[in-house]
Design a protein around this ligand. Structure first.
Ligand code: PLP
Length: 414
């Protein structure tokens, strides 16, 4: 058996992962155009409008609104759907805080539905079990660029007359049964933060087909001012934040959106190859992609079955890291509902609002609420996927995983 790099053997990864430049002359050209406009305000300039037009076109959506972040995109989507105090919004326990921040700022209540143990996405079944007469919206997270079962989820939502917002912050250009994630629900939300498939530093995008939702989203992102036409209307019917995108961000965002299909296509090939090669290793649970799903792999999340492999995810990753493989053991430190904010019901310090049932539906969050999600986080290893990777990077990553698995399996099984 090959000696692990951890024990002084030769690392399976013989060269460092290939890297590349994300930004270039395209971004610079649009930035120069933006500055030459002599205004960086989205309503006066052209870059943010061009970004929205391009993005809507790419997704076959009627309308697009640009915002300051993925978090704000989701907040705007919730605001446009009329989510308010006491409403419940069902979302995923394995996600970024950005999924729940907007819910809480609308004084609504996040309700967490468990995930499938292998796709790590919520299911129609787990969602339906959480629906009450207070449920206003479902915020579906397509984790890691891997689409959730949107046909079944839409069936459940339509049956109950509930809004569906898709959190596509990690899910550019991925599709389910031929339809792009972000176009199944009423609104799709995207992030342009620096860690996503594409980056404008920070930024967000929202797509929708309904004219009223567009009108409300546009206003909700801009102080409830209405700048859709050539005159601004400032009669302000209700409270909304300022989440506008500047023309500088719009310029970089436009150049990045022009590259996103190519970036996702490369990640798709690399991630699918990795996934195919990991299907038959005892004790290694690969990242499950549904039949009919096209994944754009923001990262790859596999699980280690300690009983079978004879080691923990942490031990497995330590060996993998010594072989030169990039990633980490674990993903987020715990389910979102296990964060202090939820455990202590401390969204607005000094109160338990909105968790205290001021509006008739008190809620508490406990360990064990979503057992699958907790088991996933306790056993997973996150591998980096990158559009700059080469065949060699891919092959050596697979070889390293097989080598480490062989070591632990033969140690366990004598
Ligand atoms: C990154 C992310 C967000 C938040 O996006 P920001 O641009 O960082 O505000 C929301 N949801 C998910 C699933 C994310 O990965």
């Amino acid at each position: 058996m090959e000696k692990l790099a951890l024990h002084g053997g030769t690392p399976a990864k013989t060269v460092p992962y290939t890297r590349g430049k994300r930004f270039g002359k395209e971004e610079l050209a649009y930035l120069e155009e933006a500055l030459n406009q002599n205004t960086l305000f989205y309503w006066f300039g052209k870059m943010t409008k061009r970004l929205c037009a391009k993005f809507a076109d790419m997704y076959g959506a009627k309308y697009c609104v640009a915002t300051s972040s993925g978090t704000s995109a989701i907040h705007v989507a919730l605001g446009a759907c009329g989510v308010g105090p006491g409403d419940e919004v069902i979302t995923a326990p394995i996600t970024d805080m950005g999924s729940v921040i907007g819910i809480l700022f609308q004084n609504a209540i996040p309700v967490f539905a468990d995930v499938d143990p292998n796709s790590y996405n919520m299911t129609a079944e787990s969602i339906e079990a959480k629906i009450t007469d207070r449920t206003k919206a479902i915020l579906v997270v397509h984790l890691a660029g891997n689409p959730a079962e949107m046909d079944k989820i839409m069936e459940v939502a339509n049956k109950h007359g509930i809004y569906v917002i898709e959190d596509c912050a990690q899910a550019y250009c991925c599709s389910y049964k031929g339809k792009l994630a972000g176009t199944f629900g009423h609104i799709g939300c995207f992030s342009l933060n620096d860690f996503k498939h594409i980056s404008a530093g920070d930024g967000g995008m929202i797509i929708m087909n309904d004219e009223k939702l567009y009108h409300d989203a546009h206003m909700f992102a801009d102080k409830c001012y209405d700048r859709i036409g050539s005159d601004v209307k400032k009669n302000v019917p209700y409270l909304a934040p300022n989440y506008r995108m500047s023309e500088l961000v719009g310029a970089v965002g436009l150049a990045q959106v022009e590259k996103v299909e190519d970036i996702c296509a490369k990640r798709h090939v690399y991630g699918d190859k990795l996934n195919a090669a990991l299907q038959d290793i005892p004790g290694l649970m690969p990242h499950k992609v549904l039949d009919g799903a096209y994944c754009s792999w923001w990262f790859y999340l596999m699980r280690i079955d300690e009983e079978v492999m004879g080691c923990t995810n942490k031990e497995f990753f330590a060996a993998l890291e010594a072989e030169g493989v990039g990633g980490q053991w674990g993903y987020i430190p715990s389910c979102v509902y296990q964060y202090d904010l939820f455990k202590n019901r401390n969204a607005y310090p000094g109160t338990h609002y909105p968790f205290d049932g001021t509006h008739g539906n008190p809620i508490e969050y406990h360990d064990g609420d979503c057992p699958n999600a907790e088991a996933v986080l306790a056993s997973c290893i996150k591998l980096v996927i990158n559009e700059f990777y080469t065949e060699q990077d891919c092959d050596e990553t697979i070889a390293a995983i097989r080598k480490v698995a062989n070591y632990f399996l033969s140690k366990k099984n004598g």
